[in-house]
Design a protein around this ligand. Structure first.
Ligand code: TLP
Length: 346
């Protein structure tokens, strides 16, 4: 039985071209700034995202943590969405290692935070208060089903935060999915923010790595934090080489993942007992609810035994992510297996 793995786009394996590029990569010691392949990737990333400089990190989690460390001081308060990846899935690193308080502002179903709620959450000057110094956005929004933040929203919220002296960091792990969905360059979506990170290891299919981008000064400080965390990776050109192929060759294909996600959502909507908000599927993430007869965790376990892997997101919520290694035929096969399972459950 073929396993159809919809748990995440992080499971994508590198392409042949990436493996070749890794094999042939010109290398040096990146801690001395001497790995030509890492340097090329960082320059390319900065150029594509429209910032002065970029820093190669081992993961999105590390890039977000370094951004917090660079923008804040211990004791500060940072604003994050109530559904933010930084709040849910990064082991509380910003608080544990950065010493900041994470204050959540409710996310709506499209991954946005209400400007009034943000304004209310920003602390005034008061001897009792920690200082609010950073606002974090996420685009596309993982827990909000891959929702896309528009250019207008991002600019308006950033402007608001800047008025109060806050910096803005954008967790753009899937920023190229947003850019492709909106049909605008990713640099437009990043223009107003102070820093942005994105992953080459997700739909772009590189095996490892993320890029943290911002001003020269920001990246210089961030580089020092990366070193402190043990993230100075020596001949990292071996993996950076795949990142270059990811940025040069894989961005435009993300649209295929969005089409596959639409096909999946359409099919799920036709299975009685499954609820899915088809019109909310904007990129490569499909959120749906398992039948009322069964909790989400049990449902995903049962799907697993039928060779369809998805992620449970609490309650009856299930997440399916489309990517390069899932074809239309795989989606149809997965739908058939899910349909059968639902029928058996009654
Ligand atoms: N997300 C992963 C899991 O951690 C949930 C996934 O499968 O979607 N920001 C966002 C918005 C992300 O979705 C992720 C990864 C990260 C940051 C962290 O990236 P990595 O996994 O490279 O640390």
């Amino acid at each position: 039985m073929k396993i159809i793995d919809l748990r995440s786009d992080t499971i994508t394996l590198p392409t042949e071209e990436m493996r070749q590029a890794m094999y042939e990569a010109e290398l040096g010691d990146d801690v001395y700034g001497e790995d030509p392949t890492v340097n090329r990737l960082e320059e390319l990333a900065a150029h594509m995202i429209g910032k002065e400089a970029a820093l190669f990190t081992s993961s999105g989690t590390m890039a977000n943590l370094i951004a917090v460390l660079t923008h804040t001081r211990p004791g500060d308060e940072i604003l994050v969405g109530s559904e933010a990846h930084m709040f849910w899935y990064e082991v509380g690193g910003a608080s544990a290692l950065g010493g900041v308080v994470m204050r959540t502002v409710p996310n709506d179903q499209d991954g946005r935070m209400d400007p009034d709620a943000i304004e209310q959450a920003i602390r005034l000057k008061n001897i009792h208060f920690p200082q609010t110094t950073l606002l974090c956005l996420e685009n596309t929004h993982n827990r909000c089903g891959g929702a896309v933040l528009t250019l207008e929203y991002t600019s308006a919220i950033t402007q608001l935060a800047h008025q109060y002296g806050l910096k803005v960091h954008l967790d753009g792990a899937r920023i190229f999915n947003a850019a492709v969905a909106l049909d605008i360059p990713a640099s437009e979506l990043a223009r107003s923010v102070d820093s942005i990170c994105f992953c080459v290891s997700k739909g772009l299919s590189a095996p490892v790595g993320s890029l943290l981008c911002g001003s020269q000064e920001f990246v210089e400080k961030a580089r020092k934090w990366r070193k402190m965390m043990g993230g100075g990776m020596r001949q990292a050109g071996v993996i950076a080489a795949a990142g270059i192929v990811a940025l040069q060759k894989m961005v435009s294909r993300l649209v295929d993942d969005h089409t596959t996600a639409q096909r999946l959502a359409y099919g799920l909507a036709r299975i009685p007992g499954i609820s899915v908000y088809q019109e909310r599927v904007q990129t490569n993430i499909v959120m749906f609810e398992s039948p009322t007869t069964i909790p989400g965790t049990e449902f995903t376990q049962r799907m697993d035994t039928r060779g369809v892997k998805c992620g449970s997101r609490g309650g009856r919520r299930v997440r399916a992510v489309t990517h390069r290694m899932v074809s239309d035929t795989d989606v149809d096969e997965a739908l058939g297996r899910i349909d059968l399972l639902v029928k058996e459950l009654g």
